[in-house]
Write a protein that binds this ligand. Structure first.
Ligand SMILES: [Zn+2]
Length: 59
């Protein structure tokens, strides 16, 4: 089951550690998924995302 990091909202495909911020504070009960291709995009700025990848909208 996919999980999302509670800290940075990164979707974690495998394992329990966020590859982004190395946090183990994850949840499987996240809502929505957004794929960020451009960190300069509106959605990335709104969510405070600093790297590209898949993120949860709400954790
Ligand atoms: Zn994280």
């Amino acid at each position: 089951m996919k999980k999302a990091c509670k800290i940075c909202k990164k979707i974690i495909e495998t394992g329990n550690i966020c590859p982004n911020c190395k946090s183990g504070d994850t949840t499987s009960s996240f809502q929505g998924t957004v794929v960020v291709f451009d960190i300069e995009s509106e959605i990335a700025k709104k969510l405070g995302i600093g790297t590209t990848g898949k993120y949860a909208l709400r954790v």
